[in-house]
Write a protein that binds this ligand. Structure first.
Ligand SMILES: NC(=O)c1ccc[n+]([C@@H]2O[C@H](COP(=O)([O-])OP(=O)(O)OC[C@H]3O[C@@H](n4cnc5c(N)ncnc54)[C@H](OP(=O)(O)O)[C@@H]3O)[C@@H](O)[C@H]2O)c1
Length: 280
């Protein structure tokens, strides 16, 4: 079973890469980067370049392509709508074209944001979801909520990495109490992807997170309080309407679920044992 992770250097992708290598072995898992090579094993791939994408995929001939690529900052996408569409949507089209040439299956890391596609980022992710449904060998769409947990990529400006900075670099820990999201433990995405590959689950869309919404303050406080770090509140007066989410698919597919308390405890444990999350 050959697996290609496109965007293996991203915050989410680096953890997926590490977990998939542990499960399937280094010889069978290849990771790509675009601009930041965080592992010497990663190969360069630009999804906006159709020839580069096709050539790389035809050379590796994976059975499964895990597509983790996206410009994932909503603010950046809002300011750069054409580039966001080029990478998030057209890049996915190039991956699909190559996947269909070699009969590979696609696992696409999406977002629950597509349930309320109110901004450019969410629109491009929804468009990409529609594209991967054209995969002839089958697709799996994984929709996480707000992803938290330890990744070998500690540099990208993602929410958990900001919490690590509060802890390691003593940056001020001040977090909003108004916006609330369902939290996805980063390792939960790997669990779902691994089991879906093992069981050949395809043509499904699965939401992956723990039940109950939490604010950024709640999450930071629940983690940092275990390390004696004081977290302060701020109120950004978020008024966005909460999205109603149906979590039945993950249970129907007999994939693992975790409570919020379980995932907080896992994340605290990951920080204590961070040496386990190094890439060569
Ligand atoms: N983080 C979250 O809370 C969250 C929540 C829901 C869904 N997601 C989804 O999870 C995925 C990963 O998110 P993340 O937070 O880990 O993002 P991230 O750390 O910002 O990484 C973005 C990735 O996209 C790659 N990329 C950008 N332009 C590219 C191009 N032209 N060709 C190939 N690769 C390109 C980047 O490579 P370089 O850095 O090398 O340029 C990087 O690997 C995204 O699809 C996102 O929508 C994330």
């Amino acid at each position: 079973m050959k697996i290609l992770i496109i965007g293996a250097n991203s915050y989410v992708g680096a953890r997926l890469y590490l977990d998939l290598v542990k499960e399937f072995g280094e010889d069978d898992v290849t990771g790509t980067y675009h601009s930041k090579q965080i592992s010497k094993k990663f190969i360069k791939l630009d999804v906006t370049d159709s020839q580069n994408t096709l050539g790389t995929i035809e050379k590796i001939r994976p059975d499964i392509i895990v597509d983790v690529v996206a410009m994932a900052s909503p603010a950046w996408c809002e300011a750069h709508p054409e580039e966001a569409m080029e990478i998030n949507k057209n890049g996915t089209e190039n991956i699909l074209e190559a996947a269909n040439k070699i009969n590979a299956r696609i696992i696409y890391i999406s977002t629950t944001g597509v349930l309320n596609p109110a901004d450019v980022y969410r629109k491009t992710k929804l468009a990409a979801e529609e594209i991967v449904k054209g995969c002839k060998s089958g697709f799996l769409i994984v929709r996480p909520g707000l992803v938290e947990g330890f990744s070998p990529n500690t540099e990208n400006d993602r929410p958990f990495n900001r919490i690590l900075k509060n802890l390691d670099q003593k940056t001020p820990a001040i977090y909003d109490t108004s916006w609330k999201a369902n939290v996805t433990w980063i390792g939960h995405i790997s669990e779902v992807v691994i089991l879906s590959i093992r069981r050949g689950i395809k043509n499904e869309v699965v939401i992956v997170f723990s039940e109950g919404k939490r604010s950024r303050f709640d999450i930071a406080n629940d983690i940092l309080s275990k390390f004696g770090v004081k977290v302060e509140m701020k109120n950004d007066n978020d008024t966005s309407a909460p999205v109603q989410v149906d979590l039945s698919k993950i249970e129907e597919l007999r994939l693992p679920t975790h409570t919020y308390e379980e995932i907080v405890s896992k994340m605290v444990d990951e920080i204590h044992h961070r040496d386990k999350f190094k890439l060569e």
